[in-house]
Design a protein around this ligand. Structure first.
Ligand code: SAH
Ligand code: SF4
Length: 356
């Protein structure tokens, strides 16, 4: 049986070398359709939506690649009021999004922990556990993770960014720690979250071996959800300021992002995989291409339009001036056009998590 055929029938059974072979499969379309077939068999021809609220861009950290890093003095900083966040969550719930993602820059400290706890309790008060609540708020003490879980959050997204600690060290200042980030993923599991992580594809100095190891990391940490996207240089960051960014490179990063989705689906089978917005930043049809390469989740931005331009992690963020309704209509058409059905009003939990 061919490697694609074997990967499709037996989950989590490939060697490192075989993962590299998948990632460099000569016929990309063949790779994507094999992964899509696994997604359809395991999950169905369905897509889950998560309404994304980017509620603040104040960040204590200084990741070298990110546009809202603390050291970028050109960013206008904002933080939405609790009332505003709760209102947007309510709108997303009523619009039929089965789940929500609350994301922001990383803030630690008691005041922030209490602020988030209050928001979560208020959201939980009107929609209970019918509405899947995901948070993505960086590295926190375990007691904060536990408190937010008890206040109503079901899932947590924390990308490891790369599974290679040496490469991680090159992308972050010395006081950012790969081991601490990994330990946070383990703490999240202990607190009872559905745990999601992921990486960026196309980082400077990243090899195909690194990407294969990333997929092995997803398996060894027993993750429920994977969110991956292409790395996109941002001109006001240390990593992006002199980076070449040609149409060929854009194409290469897009393809790498799609290959990572496909190889991850072919290896892990039953996890939720998001088609990241960064894919759409590189190609207007990037997210649909992500779905056709094996992803099953998209995260339409429901943040109020006036904040969106200030939350630019990378250059070329799409949908800056569309309101949530427009975004939704346009996405719905695009998704129906590829023959997929949207799971309105469903939480869309990770199958892998449900089996645990
Ligand atoms: N502060 C939180 C959540 C916001 S950042 C955290 O870091 O976990 C969310 C993700 O954006 C990061 O995990 C990173 O993978 C991604 N990101 C940041 N800068 C990027 C860039 N230049 N290109 C692509 N993705 C980027
Ligand atoms: Fe802050 Fe997250 Fe950006 Fe790092 S990636 S600078 S933690 S927002």
């Amino acid at each position: 049986m061919s490697l694609l055929g074997r990967a499709a029938v037996a989950p989590r059974a490939l060697s490192h070398r075989e993962l590299v072979e998948l990632l460099t499969w000569p016929d990309a379309e063949e790779l994507f359709s094999a992964a899509y077939a696994v997604k359809c068999r395991e999950i169905g021809r369905v897509v889950s939506f998560r309404g994304l609220v980017e509620f603040g861009n104040v960040c204590e950290k200084n990741c070298y690649y990110c546009g809202i890093r603390k050291g970028n003095g050109k960013v206008h900083r904002y933080r939405m009021e609790a009332d505003e966040i709760v209102r947007e969550a309510e709108l997303a719930f009523k619009a039929g999004y089965g789940s929500l993602v609350l994301q922001s820059g990383e803030l630690t400290g008691e005041a922030n922990a209490v602020f988030v706890e209050d928001v979560l309790r208020r959201i939980h008060a009107f929609c209970g556990d019918e509405f899947g609540v995901t948070i993505s708020l960086g590295e926190q003490p375990e007691e904060t993770y536990r408190c937010w879980r008890e206040a109503g959050a079901h899932r947590y997204l924390l990308r490891i960014e790369t599974s290679n600690p040496a490469l991680y060290a090159k992308l972050h200042p010395a006081d950012h720690s790969w081991e601490r980030r990994r330990d946070c993923l383990r703490a999240l599991r202990r607190c009872g979250y559905q745990v999601g992580s992921g990486v960026m594809a196309g980082l400077p100095g990243q090899t195909t071996d690194d990407l294969a190891s990333d997929i092995e990391f997803f398996e060894s940490e027993d993750l429920d959800m994977i969110g991956m996207g292409p790395y996109i240089p941002h001109a006001d960051t240390p990593l992006g300021k002199d980076a070449p960014w040609t149409p060929e490179l854009r194409k290469k990063h897009l393809e790498l992002g799609l290959r990572m989705i496909a190889a991850t689906r072919l290896y892990l089978h039953d996890v939720n995989i998001a088609a990241a917005t960064a894919l759409q930043a590189l190609d207007p049809e990037g997210r649909e291409k992500g779905l056709l390469a094996g992803a099953n989740v998209v995260m339409p931005n429901v943040t109020e339009t006036r904040y969106r331009a200030d939350y630019q992690l990378y250059a070329g963020k799409p949908c800056l001036d569309e309101n949530a309704t427009l975004c939704r209509g346009c996405l719905e058409r695009r998704i129906s056009a590829i023959g997929e059905t949207i799971l309105w009003n469903k939480r869309g939990d990770s199958l892998h998590w449900a089996k645990r």
